[in-house]
Write a protein that binds this ligand. Structure first.
Ligand code: SF4
Length: 510
């Protein structure tokens, strides 16, 4: 049974004031992950509902009221409640900054709404009223603004109502990130992401830009060709800037053949140069894509970190989620990488997979401990709308999708036993149990790119189908994205347009 989840419910949110629509919606959704939520803007639109929120502003007050209808054996019982937050005016702020003013008002409204939802549901959330995906960034911001760790922790607990455990996690990670990033030049530096959008099969929970290799096998050379063109042109655009990290992900980069990998890595080296890189990661990812020849090819280049991702070491789950590889293949790929001299190997795990209870997670962790990777990233299952797991929802209705604090604690305990500490953290929408993804690493094996993408302090230029570049303006205050098309065929045929999009965005940024 799904613990702590409130079942199907029709919820209406009537926004008579839309200033914080997104935040209000996300916080309500976090309490009612399985509910059908409709947003309305006009009283007259109201239909059938079990629970209805009304968000309005009356002069100097934001007001959120609810009206809950319960069908208690045919007759309706109605319950109502209200929460309010004072609107903070400009006169109450010491710094006259419109962003700061908006944030103060948003925080006040979310604080009030959270209390209302706790009363309504009888539950609290581990991350309190935070709905963003980067809680460590919040802690980092506070510490960078001069707050002591204790002060940042108090603010997270009291203002954002984050649990003591999650507060400790966020503050610990913020400090470790600061230490790891201390030599990175945010102003002049940037990172590169390269996407290879093919996978041996598509996992049931996948929501990335990824396509079955079988379908595209005949066009992978063309894809690499287009990608190399984008690499050369991007290197030209970024001349004079310092490339700090490269991350080749996907999809599964090791679906490429050894000659394709060499072509890609040769082009990258010629275009950007490999000197002075702080990190170079290739996500080998799926064990069923890894061969000795491919790992040998990669070893010819200064790649510092790879990933071999089991997700789970339970064969029945792997079969169920469509990964089409065996537990044994994971072990073999890992030992092969060690034999070839890879000394920084990450392993990704997912908790909350269908049918997996704590004893199955324990079994996975024992086997990971035996392999002894250098870092481990623990994801809480998040099923986005597009994932096939959602499309085939009916089929999995009877299965448990369990994630709880006990499981999260167990993963952390195992990481510590392997000599790793937490170094990065992010949350996603629709995560089971409202938890988080945490990266653990041995002291000198943290993934720098992972931190950079979370902290949004320097530009990430993304190449390949589905690549989404992030350009950072005003010392991290504003981010602009520039997207490549997702479809492989379009990417190949429209490569010049993708390059032009990037050129326009980079010119603006420079
Ligand atoms: S390996 Fe990753 S990118 Fe590929 S299908 Fe599975 S989840 Fe998606």
């Amino acid at each position: 049974m799904k613990r702590g989840i409130i079942h199907l419910y029709k919820i209406d949110i009537l926004f008579l004031d839309r200033e914080f629509e997104h935040d209000v919606y996300e916080l309500i959704k976090a309490f009612y992950p399985e509910a059908e939520i409709h947003t309305l803007y006009d009283e007259a639109e109201a239909g059938e509902y079990d629970l209805r929120f009304r968000v309005e502003r009356e002069d100097e007050t934001y007001k959120i009221s609810y009206d809950r209808r319960e069908n208690v054996t045919a007759g309706f019982t109605e319950r109502k409640g209200v929460a309010s937050a004072d609107v903070i005016g400009e006169d109450k702020l010491t710094v006259k900054d419109p962003h700061a003013l908006r944030k103060e008002n948003k925080d006040a409204l979310k604080y009030a709404l959270y209390q209302l939802l706790v009363k309504l549901t009888g539950r609290t959330l581990p991350w309190g009223n935070l709905t963003g995906i980067r809680p460590a960034k919040l802690a980092m911001g506070m510490i960078e603004s001069g707050m002591k760790n204790t002060e940042a922790a108090r603010e997270m607990r009291e203002k954002y109502l984050v649990s003591p455990e999650k507060t400790a996690l966020a503050v610990t990670i913020a400090n470790r990130e600061r230490e790891i990033l201390k030599d990175i030049d945010y102003e002049n530096g940037y990172s590169l992401y390269i996407g290879i959008p093919f996978c041996p099969s598509i996992c049931l929970y996948c929501s990335f830009s990824s396509y079955p290799l079988k379908v595209w096998e005949k066009r992978t050379d063309e894809y690499v060709e287009a990608l190399c063109k984008e690499i050369r042109e991007t290197a030209f655009l970024m001349q004079g800037r310092k490339l700090d990290t490269i991350y080749i992900g996907g999809g599964t980069p090791t679906t490429l053949l050894p000659h394709q990998l060499r072509k890609l890595l040769d082009t990258l080296g010629e275009a950007f140069g490999y000197e002075g890189l702080a990190e170079f990661t290739i996500e080998a990812g799926r064990p069923d894509s890894i061969t000795r020849e491919k790992l040998q090819a990669i070893r010819e280049y200064p790649v510092t970190r790879i990933s071999v991702n089991p997700q789970t070491m339970n064969q029945e789950t792997l079969d169920l989620i469509g990964r089409r590889h065996t537990v044994e293949q994971t072990r073999e790929a890992f030992y092969l990488a060690r034999e070839l001299g890879y000394d920084n190997i990450n392993m990704d795990l997912i908790v909350g997979l269908p049918g997996e209870d704590i004893s199955m997670v324990e079994r996975t962790l024992e086997q990971i401990q035996e392999l002894a990777p250098d870092s481990m990233t623990v994801h809480s299952l998040a099923v986005k709308r597009a994932a096939r797991l959602n499309i085939f929802k009916e089929k999995y209705q009877e299965m448990s999708f369990e994630n709880n604090q006990e499981i999260m604690d167990l993963t952390m305990k195992t990481a510590y036993e392997m000599g790793m500490g937490p170094y990065y953290l992010y949350r996603q929408k629709n995560m089971k149990g409202n938890f988080e993804n945490v990266g653990y690493a041995k002291v000198d094996k943290a993934g720098i790119y992972n931190i950079l993408i979370m902290e949004e302090k320097q530009p990430i230029i993304a190449l390949g189908a589905g690549g989404s570049s992030k350009l950072v303006f005003d010392h991290g205050k504003r981010i602009e994205r520039v997207e490549n098309v997702k479809d492989v065929s379009n990417y190949i045929s429209r490569i010049d347009e993708m390059i032009q999009r990037k050129r326009t965005a980079v010119d603006k940024w420079l």
